[in-house]
Each structure stands twice: as structure tokens, then as C-alpha cells.
Design a protein around this ligand. Structure first.
Ligand code: BJW
Length: 266
């Protein structure tokens, strides 16, 4: 590790040590080292060799940002539901990595000190919860839950592929993943929780997100406008980098455990 990264981690640990209320926004980069692909950016460059090989043909063939739309589902429900089912099973098979575990530990440490960490995630994979994080605010829904297009009732399908595509709901419609596509509203309760946390926190952390998708990325700017220190963990610059106070350049599964240990040791 470089001296300057060491110094930045210590600086961030000192900021966290004094924090009472931390708001954290996470994105696909946090799950990259669990073997799940990101939407944008060069995930593979930052991955260990054994995960680099796991580049899926499906991901090369289809652009995730064009499949994640209601229009794509309306036009080709078979393709879109098949792609989401393949990803659902990938998420269920994945395990939380050291980054997820460090976030849960940080939340626990802050709670023990009378503080709090509100975790806002754009990820739909459920890995934060499986690592032990509490009260996770899922801004973009969950891929393990599917929803009837006719009644909006949700179900958690069994951990095996659907028998046919698009899957039919027992309530009369089609089943679609209970995620938020481009042009769709985020869940109201998630928006309220994220607005509250970004308006009251004393530190904001943005981890493994390109920070280009709104309204999620907007919460970073809400906190920044209040003069709150913003800490970023990402191997690359992002849409938020210009408002970041401490940039920790590297993989979240590497940096976050070091950061949490440094904070505990202070
Ligand atoms: C690592 C790493 C390692 C790699 N460690 N890091 C304002 C301005 C402009 C546009 C808009 C705006 N407000 C709204 C919009 C429109 C649109 C939008 O934001 N468009 C922009 C792209 C231009 N937003 C919407 O449509 C939203 N809805 C909405 O605004 O509704 C309003 C409305 C009002 C009235 C009526 C109706 C509607 C909805 C957005 C939904 C996004 N959905 C998706 C798909 C979810 C389902 C699925 O999983 O398929 O969410 S798109 C996709 O992007 C997914 C992600 O959650 C989201 C963000 O991506 P994320 O997580 O940042 O991943 P990447 O891949 O972008 O970045 C990975 C990062 O990791 C990189 O930086 C790497 O460097 C890093 N990394 N390895 C740490 N080891």
C-alpha cells in the first residue's frame, strides 16, 4: 500500500471516529469481488485473476443499461426475464466479501458507540443483509423478489430457474423482478429514509458506485451542500469525485477492512 493511501485511510478513520451519524451509499463495485458484474466501468481490471476469467457471455452480448427498462421488458419479456433470472441465481450463489463484512462491522461499531450508520444501497443482490448489515435501504429494489405485473403482489421464487420465460404470475399477470428500472419511481419509503439520512448525517461515504444514476447519486450532493465530509472508496474517479473530501483509491474489499480496523484502533 502506498504511503499516501495509508495516510488517507488514517484521515478517514479519524473522521469516522468522531462521527455520530454516518450515511453510506453503495453500488455494484462493492459486490464485484463476490463475482457479480458492475454496470459500467472496468470491473475486471480491479479483480483478482480467478474472478477475471468469469466474464459472462451474456454480459458481453447484452447492454445491462438498455435491458434495465420497462420498454425492454414490454418489447421482449422473454429475453429480459431470462437475463434477470440468470442474474438472480448468480446473486443467490454469491457470497458476501470482506467489503460487505467490514460495512456490517462498521455499523455495529458505531451502534456500540451510540452512533448509527444508515446504509443506502443501489444493489439488488441482498449481500449486505447476508453479511449482517441492519435496516438496509434498497433504493433499486431486490432481484430475489418478483412482482405480478397485474396485481403488483410480490413473491420470492424458489432458488432454481423458472420453468418458462417469461414466468407467469399465479395472479394473472407476468412476473417481473421487483427492481427499479430507468424511468421508474424509487420506493417511496426508501426515498424518505435516504432523504432523512443525507440531511442529518455528519459523514457521508460513497462506496463502489459510479455515482451517475439519479436520484441515488443526488444524496451525496445533499450531504455535501450541508458541509458534511464525503469519503469515497473506488479504484477510479466517479461522478462524485469532484465533491469528495477524502478519496480512497482501491478495491472496497481491500480498503474497507483496513479503514474499520484503523477506526477501532484510534
Ligand atoms: C469498484 C470495484 C471494487 C469496480 N471496489 N469499487 C438527473 C439527471 C440525469 C438523469 C436523471 C436525473 N434524475 C433521474 C434521471 C434519469 C435516470 C438516470 O439517472 N439516468 C442517468 C443514467 C443519466 N434515473 C432514473 O430513471 C431513476 N428513476 C427516476 O428518476 O424516476 C423519476 C420519475 C419521476 C416521475 C415519474 C417516473 C419516474 C431510476 C434509476 C434506476 C436504476 N436502475 C438500475 C437497474 C436496477 C436493476 C438491475 O440490477 O438490473 O440500477 S441501472 C444500474 O445503475 C443499477 C445500479 O443500481 C445503478 C447504479 O450503478 P452503480 O451501482 O453505480 O454501478 P456502476 O457499474 O455504474 O459503477 C460501479 C463502480 O464500481 C465503478 O465506479 C467502478 O470503478 C467501481 N468498482 N470494482 C470498489 N472492487
Amino acid at each position: 500500500m502506498s504511503d499516501s493511501l495509508d495516510k488517507s485511510i488514517m484521515q478517514a478513520a479519524a473522521v469516522l471516529r468522531l462521527a455520530k451519524s454516518v450515511c453510506m451509499l453503495t453500488g455494484a463495485g462493492v459486490s464485484a469481488e463476490s463475482g457479480l458484474r458492475t454496470f459500467r466501468g472496468s470491473t475486471a481490471d480491479h479483480l483478482p485473476e480467478h474472478l477475471k476469467k468469469d466474464m459472462s457471455a451474456l454480459w458481453k452480448e447484452f447492454d445491462p443499461t438498455t435491458l434495465a427498462t420497462p420498454e425492454a421488458f414490454a418489447e421482449n419479456p422473454e429475453l429480459v426475464s431470462c437475463w434477470y433470472d440468470w442474474r438472480r441465481l448468480g446473486c443467490l450463489a454469491a457470497e458476501p466479501n470482506d467489503g460487505h463484512i467490514a460495512i456490517a462491522k462498521l455499523q455495529d461499531q458505531l451502534a456500540k458507540r451510540g452512533g448509527s450508520l444508515t446504509l443506502l444501497t443501489q444493489n439488488v443482490d441482498g449481500l449486505h443483509q447476508r453479511a449482517g448489515a441492519k435496516d438496509v435501504v434498497e433504493l433499486h429494489g431486490s432481484i430475489t423478489r418478483w412482482r405480478c405485473t397485474k396485481t403488483q403482489r410480490t413473491v420470492v421464487p424458489e432458488p432454481k430457474p423458472f420453468a418458462k420465460f417469461p414466468p407467469q404470475s399465479e395472479f394473472g399477470g407476468l412476473l417481473r423482478p421487483d427492481v427499479v428500472w430507468f424511468g421508474e419511481q424509487l420506493p417511496q419509503e426508501a426515498i424518505i429514509a435516504a432523504s432523512d439520512a443525507s440531511q442529518t448525517c455528519d459523514v457521508f461515504m460513497t462506496i463502489g458506485t459510479s455515482a451517475v444514476v439519479f436520484p441515488a447519486a443526488g444524496f451525496i450532493h445533499v450531504a455535501k451542500r450541508r458541509g458534511v465530509p464525503v469519503i469515497e472508496v473506488n479504484p477510479d474517479d466517479t461522478g462524485a469525485t469532484k465533491v469528495v473530501d477524502i478519496a480512497l483509491r482501491g478495491r472496497s474489499a481491500d480498503i474497507l477492512p483496513r479503514l474499520v480496523e484503523a477506526m477501532i484502533a484510534l
